[in-house]
Write a protein that binds this ligand. Sequence first.
Ligand SMILES: NC(=O)c1ccc[n+]([C@@H]2O[C@H](COP(=O)([O-])OP(=O)(O)OC[C@H]3O[C@@H](n4cnc5c(N)ncnc54)[C@H](OP(=O)(O)O)[C@@H]3O)[C@@H](O)[C@H]2O)c1
Length: 355
Amino acid sequence: MDRALRMAALGRGLTSPNPLVGAVVISPSGVVVGSGYHRRAGEPHAEVYALRAAGPAARGATLFSTLEPCCHTGSTGPCVDRIVEAGIARVVIGVEDPNPQVHGKGIQFLREHGIAVTVGVRETEAARLNLPFFIRVRYGRPFVMMKVALTRDECVAEALGVRSAITAEQTTSDVHALRAEFDAVGVGSGTVLIDDPELTVRASPQTRPLTRVIFDSRLRVPCSAAMFSTQQAGPILIVTTEAAVTHSSDHAEALESLGARLLVAPLHDLTSALTVLSNEGITSLLLEGGPILHGAAWEAGVVDRVRIYVSQTEFGRSGVRWFRVRSAIVESLNNLDVRMVGPDECTDGYVHRID
Ligand SMILES: NC(=O)c1ccc[n+]([C@@H]2O[C@H](COP(=O)([O-])OP(=O)(O)OC[C@H]3O[C@@H](n4cnc5c(N)ncnc54)[C@H](OP(=O)(O)O)[C@@H]3O)[C@@H](O)[C@H]2O)c1
């Protein structure tokens, strides 16, 4: 299963909206005869690659799959049929598929066809690998990760309205690599007005467009925002309100003519806004700030993971604070990972316990 999990991870950032899945076929004498992983939505599932590689050696063998094999016909045929046809004797599953079309049905089908099934091997790892997929299926919203850069004295900016450098070059690269794993990256209108970020993936191989989301209920974002000159990097979605579209119809049209798409949600209702984004096919959202939007997401209970970079810089009394002291957030996190990224300290953790 460890090998299957490593295979699954090779698809990171590529399979959305599908989950990451890895599969390994082991002969009765304990030899790996086939392995594979899901590479991209619409392409064969991991089990198919592993069975193809195993060929006739799959007969009587054990198939390890990080996720319950599918039993429905999506863009590819059901994997359970292939498993039965290949003559697999036993299937070991990391975690059940939460998708109601599959959930438990794949396992039942295999058992009904005389295949021994074991479920829950490396379950925590298998579930964590696919948190975005699990969260979207269960709650109908994207997986949300909040990311912030703080100075040692816990400021997010030097002063109100001032664009400020906080972290070192190594952290910039780390953040760009992180963005590449997400379907979308989002900021509040305040951050666009002050920092004017492009929110692109630089210095990291990008294999697909990154959607940029601006939460802007009053349509305050100007047409001159830097993001609009980076259309090739990925779509731009502005989550706004019906009232803003009506009252600022000329500006709304101007933003649309620059390539932005306007999505309407109730005023400052992040839960509804996330449902709207999920309906757009977004399974994971990296929320980069600023503090008002982070605070709103935290209060709404829609944050699943948090990453905090802390630099050696200090901004002193004029500095703008985050929405909460760092320790209050960190203390509530699980599965904490702390590491150095160049001179900056990076703390990463999950809001919900996964074990
Ligand atoms: N260090 C970091 O990691 C980091 C990251 C980002 C930003 N920053 C800094 O943070 C500062 C800007 O922060 P900010 O807090 O003023 O701006 P922000 O959080 O980026 O944007 C706040 C605005 O977002 C809009 N908004 C849209 N939907 C919302 C919702 N559901 N709930 C709450 N607000 C919503 C609101 O304006 P409307 O009512 O008009 O919609 C609100 O005023 C800048 O100085 C920037 O440099 C630092």
